[in-house]
Write a protein that binds this ligand. Structure first.
Ligand SMILES: [Zn+2]
Length: 93
């Protein structure tokens, strides 16, 4: 059973935590530690997209940054169009 903050990629447990990802980034994926660090206290929709982005890096380390960005944007667009984020979005989103 995974502990709080843990998730599974294939047969390995990773953790997602809030903290300073460094270098002014919104998030970072640390393959050696099997850890994703997300900058806290940001708008929820931004944290969602950052977690999706870093989770894609974790699951697919061979993808390019462009491919990861396409996956992140596709997942966010699908969530928005499905109405899953409607209570979090402003008119501009
Ligand atoms: Zn990236």
């Amino acid at each position: 059973m995974p502990r709080k903050g843990q998730f599974k990629i294939r047969d390995e447990y990773w953790t997602v935590n809030f903290g300073d990802p460094g270098r002014g980034n919104l998030g970072v994926c640390l393959h050696d530690k099997k850890q994703i660090i997300i900058k806290p206290n940001r708008p929820l929709v931004e944290m969602f997209s950052t977690i999706i982005h870093e989770a894609l890096h974790a699951a697919h380390p061979y993808l390019t940054e462009d491919e990861i960005l396409t996956g992140e944007q596709t997942a966010m667009n699908a969530l928005k169009r499905a109405g899953c984020l409607s209570h979090l979005l402003t008119e501009e989103d």
